[in-house]
Structure formats: C-alpha cells, structure tokens
Design a protein around this ligand. Structure first.
Ligand code: ADP
Ligand code: MG
Length: 297
C-alpha cells in the first residue's frame, strides 16, 4: 500500500521540528558514492536538510577513488588495521584525489541542487590541525599492545569550529576532505571516520551519521545489529567479527559520544535517500552506537 503523500509530509513534521537548527555531521563514505544516481540523491538530501533548517556538515572519504589512481600508477594500496598505509607518494595522491576531484564533485552536485556548498580540506583556515597517529594493536589481551606505524597518517589535534559554524550560519554547507596539516605545515592523511568524529565532537553536533556500503554493523552470523555499546564493540573487534574499515568507524563513533555528540548512527548510503528516511520517517534503519547498553535515546 502506497502511503498518501500528505501523510508522509505530516509524518515528517515532528522530525523537522525536532531537528530544526541542529548541526548534523554526515560522513559520506567513498563506497557510498559509486554511482551518479546515488551522488545526486545524496546532494539532494543534504540540500533539502539545509533548506528546512538543519545544519548539515559533510565529511567525505574516497577510498575506492584513491585506489583507482594508485592502481593506475602501479602502487598497491596497503592497510594497517583499517587505516591506509601512507608513504609520501600515496599522500600526494590522497591529497589530489580527496581535496580535488572528490571534494569538488560533491560541492558541485550540492550547488546544482540549489544548495550553497563550500569545499575545504583541513588546510583551509587551519581547519584540521593534526599530528602523526600511532596505532595501538592488541589482538591478545594477555600480551602488551603492539604499536603499528601507518606512515603519514594523522590524528586530529584541533578543529577550527569557528570556520565551520560561521559558514553554516551564513547558509553554506561545508564539505570537508580528510586531509590535515601538521605544526610544521606537513600534510597528513586522516581517516575520514576520525575526522567526522572529531568535527562532530568539537561542534557538539546533535547527530553523527556514517553513510557506508553495508546496512550497519553485522554480527558473526551476518545479522544486522540495531544497537551496539562500547563493551560489545571491544569484544567484537577482539573476536574478529568487526574488521577492516568497520574498526575505526566504531571506535571513533564511541569517541564522538564521549565528546558530547548526542547520537551516532551507521546507515547504508548505497540505499537511495537513506538519510531522509532515517531522519524524517518513523522507520529507524542501520545501527545506533551507544556508550553503554540502555543509554540510547
Ligand atoms: P566506508 O567508505 O564507509 O568507510 P569501509 O570499507 O571503510 O567503508 O568500511 C565498511 C566495511 O567494513 C564494510 O563494507 C565491510 O566490508 C567491513 N566490515 C568489517 N566488519 C564488519 C561488520 N562486523 N559489519 C559490517 N561491516 C563490516
Ligand atoms: Mg572507511
């Protein structure tokens, strides 16, 4: 049965009222920007959010797009616990692809939909200050953790929230590429999930939404986990049920909650209009990440 269009709009009203004026950080994963239709839908959803009074801030990835260029150059991508190993040559490609092609294509798409979007990398206005990231890896809790070196991979030390807030307040939609700048002006590749988490935490945003290429977190049997807390995440990483890119996503989701973000969700960005359905309808989708069981709102 197709619901009446008016009913759908009425159903959205309480949500629109609730979200009005709220800052929301949306992490747009590289795997969720594969086809033109999805990219256009995303741009439309973000533009619509802005026009009805929300303040979306987009942080994007671009893993598959980076891999394509690296492959053309004969470089095989390497990953350390879900993080891209980044030597100088890879860093150059990451900066060109993320800050150039991917960032500008998202900006152009939003502007085509009538939104006013501004693309930034972490270098613009000192948006993302960074330092080298050390990755702690402890597969066995009875052994001391190993420290893994992912190369020119950074962690965010500070976010210029004033730049983002003033753009948002002026009606712009900031679109951020996850490239950071070190104290000596060096360039760092930063995992986009981490950037989204830190931007959301610094802005004390009401929502952090990760748009990825799966329905959410899956358990060992492949079933969707609708809500997950910190102890369960630790356990699932240890067992190997959570691997690859899902590791940083969940760890940084938990950090965001600790830094004052109200609610973090992981949803499937390869499903058309996933954002709108999640925000403005009664159907909850994907996985909600909570600090402790029972604390979800
Ligand atoms: P994104 O572009 O969204 O950051 P990633 O590839 O980095 O995408 O992370 C999402 C991927 O994590 C999924 O496509 C899946 O292959 C992988 N993954 C690993 N463990 C899980 C899990 N338990 N549940 C869901 N996805 C998982
Ligand atoms: Mg990822």
């Amino acid at each position: 049965m197709t619901p009446n269009v008016a009913d759908i709009l009425i159903e959205a009203l309480p949500y629109i009222r609730y979200f009005s004026g709220m800052t929301l950080v949306v992490k747009y994963g590289g795997n969720a920007m594969v086809d033109e239709q999805l990219k256009e839908d995303f741009a439309r959803d973000i533009t619509l959010m802005k026009f009805i009074g929300l303040h979306p801030v987009v942080v994007h990835g671009g893993g598959p797009q980076i891999n394509k260029v690296l492959e053309r150059m004969g470089i095989s991508p390497r990953f350390v616990r879900g993080m891209r190993f980044t030597d100088q040559e890879t860093m150059d490609v990451v900066e060109m692809v993320l800050g150039g092609k991917v960032n500008k294509s998202i900006v152009a798409q939003i502007n085509r939909q009538g939104g006013k979007s501004v693309g930034l990398t972490g270098k613009d206005g000192g948006l993302l200050q960074a330092e080298k990231l050390q990755i702690m890896h402890q597969p066995d809790e009875n052994k001391p953790p190993e420290i893994l070196d992912p190369g020119l991979v950074g962690r965010v030390t500070s976010v210029n929230t004033e730049l983002i807030s003033s753009l948002s307040a002026q009606g712009f939609i900031p679109v951020i590429a996850p490239v950071g700048v070190g104290a000596a002006g060096e360039t760092f590749n930063i995992n986009a999930d981490l950037v989204a988490s830190r931007v959301a935490g610094s802005l004390k945003s009401g929502r952090l939404i990760y748009l990825t290429d799966v329905d959410g977190l899956m358990d060992a049997r492949g079933n969707l986990v609708t809500s997950v807390d910190a102890p369960t995440v630790t356990q699932m990483i240890r067992e190997g049920t959570i691997s690859g890119g899902m590791i940083p996503k969940l760890e940084y989701a938990l950090d965001a909650l600790e830094n004052g973000v109200e609610k973090v969700q992981i949803i499937n960005g390869t499903k058309r209009h996933a954002l709108l359905l999640e925000l403005f309808t009664d159907q909850g989708i994907g996985t909600q990440v909570t600090a402790q069981a029972g604390t979800e709102k």
